[in-house]
Design a protein. Sequence first.
Length: 352
Amino acid sequence: MPGLFAEVRDGGQVWRGAAGVADLATGRPVTAGLRHRVGSITKTFTAAAVLQQVESGRIGLDTPIGQYLPELVPGERGGAITVRMLINHTSGLAEYLPYAYPSLKAFPALADTGPQSLDDHRLTRFHRTELIGMGVGAPAVGTPGGTPGVYSNTNYLLLCELLEQVTGTTAERCITRNVIERAGLRDTGFPTGPDVDGPHSRLYEAWFGMIDPPRDHSVHDMSWVGPSASLISTVADLNRFYGKLLAGEIVSPSSLAQMQRTVPVVSQEGRTIDYGLGLHAMEGGPGQDVFWGHGGTVWGGGALAMIRADGRRQLAVAVNLQRWNRLDSSGRPQPHPIDGALAALYRLAMFG
């Protein structure tokens, strides 16, 4: 792991730490204040923006998406898939990524995968409706409302389209104005190009040992995930956001309760998690508190932000290497010491 940085909050106490380098070529160290691509942590921001529109009466949480976007989810599926099913990944819509990046196979069946598409599409400008079409047109991964759900970026690109239809502005502007600015986040925003603005780390992608040494992917057009997973933030801003969210300052208490109603969902790594509306729950073990938050990965980078249910204890951590695990003969990622080290950090930060 080239570099890692984190912030832990316990009531009024704040700890920030960093280790390693932000640039392998120069040896520049990482610091705790760096800006970072936070991937699918963006989904909590998107879900909050949608729930604000539910509160205003512009969106019905249990209204079929076909009533809003019949051209994108037509026919019976449009009538069966509700807005809630998109937010909690129980729509049955497939992930579009294997179709947008042909040499990348979907998790967890990685035996025939390859990294070539990553370089081929570094600066490719994807159109959101094109990506949605790939996911909607792919074989379904479940029935609408069925559990366990299957995590899919297609769901959140549709939510971005929905936000644009009901607000008359871009999804990025809607989320910025109603969520990011409401939370008072000064170092969080959507990219305006393929670069990360401000002080940041390089992002190194290993693709399960097939890219050796890992390659810098910090310059990458983020239209491959759009406003569903492209936010740039800091560990301090992430903790501030989740603190405001659980305090009822971003959405109403009733909307927060909806966000915390979980169903089983199979993650992209093949694990079953308890997923709500843009939040997932993590427990530390018998008798230990529940934490809420989200993780995220991009090409070369990752982040995790979690907050205890009472809002007092928080962790936000960022790493600048992704897919360090090598694959076994069946194409499954093998355990790696980094996994254990991160798990130990999470336990210490969250539970003491």
